[in-house]
Design a protein around this ligand. Structure first.
Ligand code: SAH
Length: 514
């Protein structure tokens, strides 16, 4: 017998992909079919398995619907009856102005089993992210959610303005931008003080969030002047005053700043997460893809005589990662490094090494190849055997300096930096459209590969494409690669680490990087 399908109606939350529930995310991770709306964050789709069928059913206020409600209902029924695990992803909470109830009635009628997962509705998210507690003991003990979507010419409204205007302390109105003048007029007509504060919040909980504040009397003009369009929520009530003290989201130092992060696909997350914590809107472009080298002969034969080495030098996280993969593959482990001293290029590499159970014996005070060479020379390297597991193409300064001082150095290539394919078009598009604030570079190869991706015809075009965009480089070597290419570095941290870079960027905008 065919296994029965099921539909999970899941609240996606208001936009910030971190605001989906744990239950919602785990269902997405198992979905075979995902049916999603305009407001149900695209960023959440990455949780679905690559094999899942993703179906966009549109529904953008005012714009022609991609599918009718009837077609959506039918689609859910068909996939479920075909035995599929279907996630119906809806913006905010499915039962708050989301037609979730209607879809489930249809599923019930068709005999399709279902479950519902609530979501963070945009009303509470907009209030929270605009710094407005929708209830507060000093101001109000009641809040009402209403729709402003009703046809204003409709004879009998479902909303009894005469009762609602003064019936709840705080009013949060969904889908009300188009009818704002009528809504405001009704509220004043039925007794709400024209001086009542009002906030309008667009794209709440996303880097595009925008809030404006006025009173019932002024808000229509304020919204027109600021050109606020849907999706937006209207919050009416004395609690709006608290925004002056509580606004936190839009006040973060990097709020709304579009920052391009160029890193390897494998390693971008730490920088992105750090910048996003300060409010940045990060666009990730992987300019480099890390892959194993074709031939591991050098490393494999050196591992046989590991006990002859006095030092192993790790100049990158990937050097550590691939070294240990091969060590383990040979049936060896950390105990085989007992007699060998370990040096790293910087703090992040030291931290990473510790995850393999090993403390670095030497971390230079300057986190570069030169810094590492200098610290080793201070220790005396003459006649010492030194192994460097590293990238296939890398600067020769470290091995050369050490050899010059009398060391026996073996370089074992363990991974390769390749330019990452794809995304070229969208990168050029982003840069052309303007609005990009900054580009971050974390190694010379990210600079070179980024420039290759931009593919400017000449220096003039490059300057023009990047004009007004600030450049942050992790350390002096990366910075030199930037300046060697005729560009200027605006930000460079004192400590050449990802957290140092984040701190320098935040400092640049006058925030406290703590
Ligand atoms: N079920 C959804 C609401 C769907 S109705 C929920 O619980 O949030 C669509 C309306 O929700 C939009 O017109 C807008 O008023 C509001 N909305 C949804 N997401 C929003 C967001 N991120 N910022 C501001 N308003 C939003």
């Amino acid at each position: 017998m065919k296994k029965p399908g099921k539909v999970y109606l899941v609240g996606a939350g208001p936009g910030d992909p971190g605001l989906i529930t744990v239950r919602g995310k785990s269902l997405l991770e198992r979905a075979e079919v995902v049916v999603y709306d305009y407001l149900a964050g695209h960023k959440l789709l990455k949780h679905a398995p690559a094999s899942a069928e993703l179906i966009y059913v549109g529904k953008k206020g005012g714009v022609k619907h991609t599918f009718s409600q009837e077609e959506i209902n039918q689609m859910l029924v068909e996939h479920a009856l075909a035995g599929k695990m279907v996630v119906r992803l809806k913006g905010g909470d499915p039962f708050i102005f989301g037609r979730g109830g209607e879809e489930l009635e249809k599923l019930h009628a068709a005999g399709v089993p279902f479950e519902v997962v609530p979501g963070v509705t945009s009303a509470t998210a907009a209030a929270t992210y605009a710094g407005i507690p929708i209830t507060h003991r000093d101001y109000t003990a009641s809040v009402a959610f209403l729709t402003g979507h009703e046809d204003p010419t409709k004879e009998s409204s479902n909303i009894d303005w005469s009762k609602l205007s003064t019936g709840a302390g705080t009013l949060v109105i969904y889908m009300g931008i188009k009818n704002l003048p009528t809504i405001v007029a009704n509220l004043i007509k039925y007794g709400r003080d024209p001086q009542t504060p009002v906030a309008v919040v667009r794209w709440a909980s996303t880097p595009q969030q925008r809030s404006v504040v006025g009173t019932l009397e002024t808000i229509t003009q304020v919204v027109t002047d600021a050109a606020i369009k849907p999706p937006a929520l209207i919050i009416v009530g004395e609690v709006v005053k608290l925004r002056d003290t509580i606004d936190w989201y839009e006040k973060r130092p990097l709020f709304g700043k579009k920052i391009i992060v160029t890193r390897t696909r494998e390693q971008a997350s730490e920088l992105v997460a750090g910048l996003e914590d300060f409010g940045a809107n990060c666009l990730e472009y992987s300019t480099i893809h890390i892959k194993p080298v074709d031939c591991y002969d050098i490393l494999d034969s050196e591992l046989e005589r590991l006990d002859e080495y006095h030092w192993i030098l790790f100049t990158s996280l990937n050097g550590v990662k691939y070294f240990f993969e091969h060590l383990y593959a040979k049936g060896m482990d950390a105990r085989d490094l007992k007699g060998t001293d370990l040096a790293v290029v910087g703090k992040s590499t030291a931290d990473f090494l510790l995850t393999y159970g090993l403390n670095a014996d030497l971390i230079p005070s300057t986190f570069t190849g030169e810094g590492l060479a200098e610290s080793l020379l201070d220790q005396g390297v003459e006649g010492r055997n030194i192994l460097i597991p590293r990238a296939l193409q890398a600067r020769e300064i470290l091995p050369e300096t050490l050899r010059g001082a009398g060391a026996q150095v073996t370089v074992a290539p363990v991974y390769e930096n390749c330019p990452a394919a794809g995304d070229k078009e969208s990168l050029r598009e982003e840069l052309k459209n303007g609005g990009v604030e900054m580009i971050t570079f974390t190694s010379s190869s990210t600079v070179r590969n980024f420039l290759a991706m931009i593919d400017a015809a000449d220096q003039d075009e490059l300057q023009q494409i990047l004009s007004g965009i600030k450049i942050a480089a992790i350390g002096p070597i990366t910075a030199k690669t930037v300046t060697d290419n005729g560009l200027q570095v605006d930000i460079q941290p004192k400590e050449y680490t990802i957290s140092g870079l984040i701190e320098a960027i935040v400092d640049y905008y006058g925030g406290d990087g703590a």
